[in-house]
Ligand binder design. Sequence first.
Ligand code: ZN
Length: 109
Amino acid sequence: MNDNYYGMPIERYDSLMEATGPCVRLTEEEMKQGWHFCGDWDDLLIHVDSVEFNHCNCKHMEPFRTEERKKAQEERKAKCNEALDRLAILDEELGLDKLLREMRDDTTL
Ligand SMILES: [Zn+2]
């Protein structure tokens, strides 16, 4: 697996997320790179290139909402939807949707 998350070492990310309270501080460098504890995500530490940033409304993160980044997010969303559509077709072809329905029906008996 990756040993970093949007350029931040996993250990650093984990230690920031494990610690709570006012003692938790991002470095200026990390903030410049686009990290913040997001109120819209229950103070989850998120990066501006992560999917979570799609649903962040923090005013102070406005400078990071560049046209380029918005476009990249849109493209990712489109790719994701395309993948989901393909999966749905595959489900149908393999009969997985029917199988799942049968399994669900079984458990309600
Ligand atoms: Zn936010």
